[in-house]
Design a protein around this ligand. Structure first.
Ligand SMILES: Nc1ncnc2c1ncn2[C@@H]1O[C@H](COP(=O)(O)OP(=O)(O)OP(=O)(O)O)[C@@H](O)[C@H]1O
Ligand SMILES: [Mg+2]
Length: 540
C-alpha cells in the first residue's frame, strides 16, 4: 500500500504518518513517538477502553478510565473474560464475534466489579495486533446523562401539569400567528378542538373591534417588547365575546422570534359587573339629580308659600285699615255732591263737581285694589257649591272669545267629559281662570295658541284631585321673574296697564280652595299654568 500523508483512521484512532524514510533510527524514533502518542490518549481519554482478544474474549488491556469505571485493579481485569464487565452476554452469543453485529455508540450496560450495573454507550472496533484479531471496546458512562434526562423529563412534566391545570388561558403562537400551544383552560373557554386549533391563526379568534389593537401588540412583541398588561377580546367558537387581560412577550433564538408567550385571565364576568356598576352609578346619579331638583322645587314652593302667608297677613291688616278711611272718603264725597247739587248751577260750581268726580273715581279705584288685596288675603271668603269645572272654563272662555278673536289667538280645548264635580266657588274660580287667560293673551300680542286641558289626578294613597292646565305660546317668563309673579304689585306691564294683582288674587283664591297654582316657563316658548284643586273641601 502506498504511504499517505493523511492520518490513518481506525474507529476513533489517529496514527502519526510513517513515511517511507529508510533511516532505521528515524523509524525507531517515529515508532516511539507513535507509541507515546497512543499511550497518552489511552491513558487520558475520558472514555473507558478495553482491548479484548477476539478469539478468547479475554481482556488484554484496559485504560485507567476503564479500570476506574469497572472499579477494581487493572490486574483483576486483565485476563478476565470481557462478558464479566462490558458485554454481559452468554458464551457463544458475543454480538460481534458470534452474531456478526456492529456496535457503534450503542446503549449498553457495564457490570461493575461490585455488581452495580451502570448505563454506557459503547463503540466496538476490530483491530489486528501481532497477527491476532482484537476488539477495542470504547465506552462512556452515561448514568449522569440519564439522571439529567430524567430530571429534565420530570421538570417538563411539572411545567405541563402547571400549564394544563392553570385557570388562566395560556397560548403560544409562532411569528406567522399559528398556534404552537394552548392549554386546557384555553380550549375549554374557546371551545375549539385540537384539529381546529391546528388550522386556526391567532387573528381568526380576535374580535373584529380589537384586530388593529392586537396587530400593533403582535408587532411590538415580535420586535422584542414585553407587554406586562394588555386587554384583548377573543371570539369563542359559539360566538361569545371573551374579555381577557394578560401579559405578552416572545421567545427569541439567535435573535429571531420563535414563539410568543401569552397568559390571559378571563375577565368577561368582571367586565359585566363593572358595566352593571357603571349603569347603576348613572341611574343613581340621575335619581339623586331628580331628587335634588324635587327638593329645590319643594324648597322654593315652601319659601313662596311662607312669603305669601306673611304678605297675606300684612296685606290683610293694611287693607282693613285702608278700607275704613276709604269708605269715609267716599261717604263724604256723596255728601258733598248732594250739597253741591242743591245749589244754583254756576260755572264755578261745575268745576267743583268735576273735582269731586275725579276724587270719587280715584277713591273707587283704591277701593277696588283694597278689595283685590282682601280677596288675596286669608280674610277673603269663599262660598263653596258643587261646581262643574268644565262649565266655569266654558263661561270664562266665552266671556273672552271676542278679545281672543281680535288678537288672532286660537284656543284649543276639548272638555274632558269624565270629570267629577268639585266643591268650589264658581265666581272666584271664574276670576282665577280669567286672570290666567288674560295673562296668556297679554303675552301673545301678535297672536298664538292657548291650550286648555283638564284631567283627574289619582295618586297612590292620596285623595283624587282635579288638574287644569293653561298653556300659551307667548313670550314666556324669565327665570329671575318666576319667583316674583305671585307678589302683589309685581308686573311687567306698562304703568297704568295692570296693578300686578291678577296672579296674587288667583293665588289667594286657589289657596282658599286648598289647591295649588304653579307656573313653568321657557323664555320665547311660552308659559304653562297648572291649577290643582281638591274634589272636597275639608270643612264640608
Ligand atoms: N302667561 C304669561 N306669560 C308671560 N308672562 C306672564 C304670564 N303670566 C304672568 N306673567 C308675568 O307675571 C306678571 C304678573 O302677573 P299678574 O297677573 O299678577 O299681573 P299683571 O298681569 O301684570 O297685572 P294684572 O293682572 O293685575 O292686570 C305679569 O306682569 C307678567 O310679567
Ligand atoms: Mg294679570
Amino acid at each position: 500500500m502506498a504511504p499517505s500523508n493523511k492520518p490513518a483512521k481506525s474507529k476513533g484512532m489517529t496514527l502519526p504518518n510513517l513515511d517511507s524514510a529508510v533511516d532505521p533510527t528515524r523509524i525507531a524514533g517515529l515508532l516511539e513517538e507513535s507509541r507515546q502518542y497512543l499511550a497518552t490518549i489511552f491513558a487520558t481519554v475520558h472514555d473507558g477502553i478495553l482491548v479484548i482478544d477476539a478469539e478468547t474474549h479475554t481482556i488484554v488491556d484496559a485504560n485507567p478510565r476503564a479500570v476506574e469505571l469497572i472499579g477494581c485493579s487493572r490486574e483483576k481485569i486483565i485476563g478476565v473474560t470481557c462478558h464479566n464487565f462490558v458485554c454481559p452476554a452468554d458464551t457463544g452469543n458475543c454480538p460481534i464475534t458470534d452474531l456478526g453485529q456492529t456496535v457503534d455508540s450503542s446503549k449498553r450496560t457495564l457490570l461493575k466489579a461490585n455488581g452495580e450495573v451502570i448505563p454506557i454507550t459503547k463503540t466496538v472496533a476490530s483491530i489486528t495486533l501481532r497477527g491476532r484479531l482484537h476488539l477495542v471496546e470504547i465506552f462512556l458512562d452515561i448514568s449522569g446523562w440519564e439522571r439529567t434526562e430524567e430530571s429534565l423529563k420530570e421538570s417538563e412534566d411539572r411545567c405541563r401539569d402547571l400549564f394544563e391545570n392553570a385557570n388562566d388561558l395560556i397560548q403560544s403562537v409562532d411569528p406567522k400567528g399559528h398556534f404552537l400551544y394552548v392549554n386546557r383552560a384555553w380550549k375549554e373557554t374557546m371551545g375549539y378542538t385540537d384539529e381546529e386549533i391546528a388550522r386556526l391563526r391567532v387573528f381568526d379568534i380576535i374580535a373584529p373591534t380589537c384586530q388593529d389593537h392586537c396587530l400593533t401588540i403582535f408587532q411590538r412583541v415580535m420586535s422584542g417588547e414585553s407587554i406586562r398588561r394588555v386587554e384583548v377580546q377573543f371570539v369563542a367558537k359559539d360566538g361569545r365575546q371573551i374579555d381577557l387581560e394578560g401579559s405578552v412577550n416572545c421567545n427569541f433564538v439567535d435573535g429571531k422570534p420563535v414563539a410568543t408567550r401569552n397568559i390571559f385571565r378571563d375577565i368577561t364576568e368582571r367586565k359585566l359587573v363593572e358595566k352593571e356598576r357603571e349603569e347603576w352609578n348613572r341611574t343613581l346619579e340621575r335619581k339623586v339629580e331628580e331628587k335634588t331638583r324635587h327638593l329645590k322645587e319643594a324648597q322654593a314652593k315652601l319659601i313662596q308659600s311662607e312669603k305669601m302667608a306673611a304678605l297675606s297677613e300684612v296685606i290683610s291688616g293694611a287693607s282693613h285699615e285702608l278700607n275704613n278711611p276709604l269708605a269715609g272718603i267716599l261717604g263724604a264725597i256723596q255728601l258733598l255732591r248732594r250739597s253741591t247739587l242743591s245749589k244754583p248751577i254756576e260755572p264755578a260750581l261745575m268745576d267743583e263737581i268735576d273735582v269731586l268726580e275725579n276724587i270719587e273715581s280715584a277713591a273707587t279705584r283704591c277701593q277696588k285694589i283694597v278689595e283685590d288685596l282682601i280677596r288675596f288675603s286669608t280674610q277673603a271668603r269663599c262660598f263653596f257649591t258643587q261646581v262643574d269645572i268644565n262649565e266655569v272654563l266654558r263661561d270664562t272662555l266665552g266671556a273672552m272669545v271676542a278679545q281672543f278673536t281680535q288678537t288672532a289667538i286660537t284656543v284649543s280645548w276639548q272638555p274632558n267629559p269624565a270629570l267629577p264635580r268639585i266643591e268650589g266657588d264658581f265666581v272666584k274660580l271664574f276670576e282665577v281662570f280669567a286672570n290666567v287667560l288674560q295673562n296668556a293673551a297679554s303675552a301673545m300680542p301678535d297672536g298664538g295658541t292657548i291650550e286648555v286641558a283638564t284631567r283627574l289626578l289619582k295618586a297612590y294613597a292620596k285623595p283624587p284631585q282635579l288638574v287644569v292646565t293653561i298653556r300659551d305660546t307667548g313670550c314666556g317668563i324669565p327665570a329671575h321673574n318666576l319667583g316674583k309673579i305671585f307678589d302683589p304689585f309685581f308686573t311687567t306691564k306698562p304703568v297704568g296697564k295692570g296693578p300686578g294683582l291678577g296672579l296674587t288674587v288667583s293665588y289667594g283664591i286657589v289657596k282658599k280652595h286648598n289647591g295649588d297654582i304653579e307656573v313653568k316657563s321657557n323664555v320665547g316658548k311660552g308659559a304653562k299654568v297648572t291649577i290643582t284643586l281638591p274634589l272636597r273641601q275639608p270643612s264640608s
